[in-house]
Design a protein around this ligand. Structure first.
Ligand SMILES: Cc1ncc(COP(=O)(O)O)c(C=O)c1O
Length: 391
């Protein structure tokens, strides 16, 4: 059996997705399909590199050396045709910590920060926790497809004197991989009004066959000069627990400000095993990644087809990237509180609450399809059966 079809039990491994589910959903038979990590084992080459490192038996302070930077620059060049300099890289234990550092170092209290909603919940908290003001450019949903209202984007920037824009590309939870045209329009507006861009591109490698990820900073030198990009091997290779990620900033002044903030918070070190995993994944993980992408695309199409064929109460928003599907459940005719209770108590499936991504997410739920097909089938069966019993 392939590693993408085999079910590896995760209960009892302190897995947030599996071991917290019972408490959170108050049901020991809930099927957890929420948190954004995968139920797949990582590439053998990465397991082997970790085993060899563990066998060494000493885990002292560890240096992310030039070799590691070469792996990172090579990966971005090869996968995304983005040429960067090794000195543009700053390591970080995670994208969330990076967002905190960026907000603190590149904005002042009471500054305005723009986000595109519905969006990954920490985009709200990283802004609000540091007493900055959130400005929302809600995405527009038409004919089952999310797009950007560029007039609102620019108006909000002007009206609120926005200093910083946090871009999510590919977008969690709506699954859009923004096109070159969309990215160009957004960045031109940001350049015109001197708005810095923070690009959270953690899902950059998880792109389906019809789409292409374009790092916004790769569009031009001017845009690159105004952008900090957050990237990581952790979504791509299922390494979230190893806590390793990095920022790419061409602009030396911005980079120094962000790095100073990391130092002030005492965050200058990476996890030894994170370094080993990053190097092994980027140098030896590509075949696994191709297989993963094929699997995810198959799951995406399977879920969409099942809902399309068997119920019109739930529409699957077509995803161009990520392994997260955004389910439009508004045709069920339930209030959002009723919808949550329906998924939990009637379908007995643990999904992410759409409203946690912002008020635009009311009536929606997020489904994680990075699990063996058996689990995906079971999840879809549970939802469809509950819809049938409900109506
Ligand atoms: C858009 C986005 N950014 C950041 C993260 C988390 O990043 P990290 O685990 O590196 O803090 C996630 C995880 O789901 C995500 O979807």
């Amino acid at each position: 059996m392939s590693r993408f079809t085999e079910v590896t039990p995760r209960k009892g491994t302190r897995s947030v997705k599996w071991d917290m589910a019972e408490d959170l959903y108050q049901d020991k038979d809930i099927l957890p399909m929420w948190v954004a990590d995968m139920d797949f084992r990582i590439p053998d080459a990465v397991i082997q590199a970790l085993e060899e490192r563990v066998a060494h038996g000493i885990f002292g302070y560890t240096l992310p050396d030039n070799q590691l930077k070469e792996e990172v620059t090579g990966w971005l060049q090869h996968r995304h045709q983005w040429e960067i300099q090794p000195e543009w890289i700053t390591y970080s234990p995670g994208v969330i910590p990076s967002l905190h550092m960026i907000i603190q170092s590149l904005t002042e209290e009471s500054d305005h920060v723009l986000i595109q909603t519905p969006v990954y919940p920490p985009f709200y908290s990283v802004v609000e926790q540091h007493n900055r003001n959130l400005v929302k450019n809600p995405l527009v949903l038409e004919n089952n497809q999310y797009t950007i209202d560029f007039k609102d984007f620019e108006d909000k920037i002007i009206d609120n004197h926005v200093q910083l824009f946090i871009l999510c590309n590919p977008h969690n939870p709506v699954g859009r991989v923004w096109s070159k045209e969309e990215l160009t329009k957004m960045s031109e507006i940001c350049l015109k009004h001197n708005v810095k861009i923070v690009a959270d591109e953690i899902h950059a490698d998880l792109i389906f066959s019809e789409a292409k990820h374009i790092p916004i900073a790769s569009l031009s030198n001017d845009i690159s000069d105004q952008t900090v990009t957050c990237l990581s091997p952790t979504k791509t290779f299922n390494l979230a627990g190893l806590q390793v990620s990095y920022l790419v900033t061409a602009n030396q002044e911005l980079r120094e400000k962000v790095e100073k903030q990391f130092k002030q918070q005492g965050m200058g070190m990476l996890n030894t095993l994170g370094i080993t995993a990053l190097e092994a994944a980027y140098s030896k993980g590509e075949e696994w990644l191709s297989e993963l992408l094929e699997t995810l695309e198959n799951h995406r199409d399977y879920v969409a087809q099942r809902f399309h064929d068997e119920t019109n109460a739930i529409q699957v928003i077509p995803a161009e990237g990520t392994y997260l599907l955004w389910l439009d459940c508004r045709n069920l005719g339930l209030t959002h509180t009723e919808l949550k209770s329906f998924m939990q108590k009637e379908a007995r499936i643990g999904l992410n609450d759409g409203a946690s991504f912002g008020e635009e997410g009311e009536g929606f739920m997020r489904l994680n399809i990075a699990a063996p097909k058996k689990i995906i089938e079971e999840g879809v069966n549970r939802i469809i059966k509950a819809v049938e019993n409900h109506s």
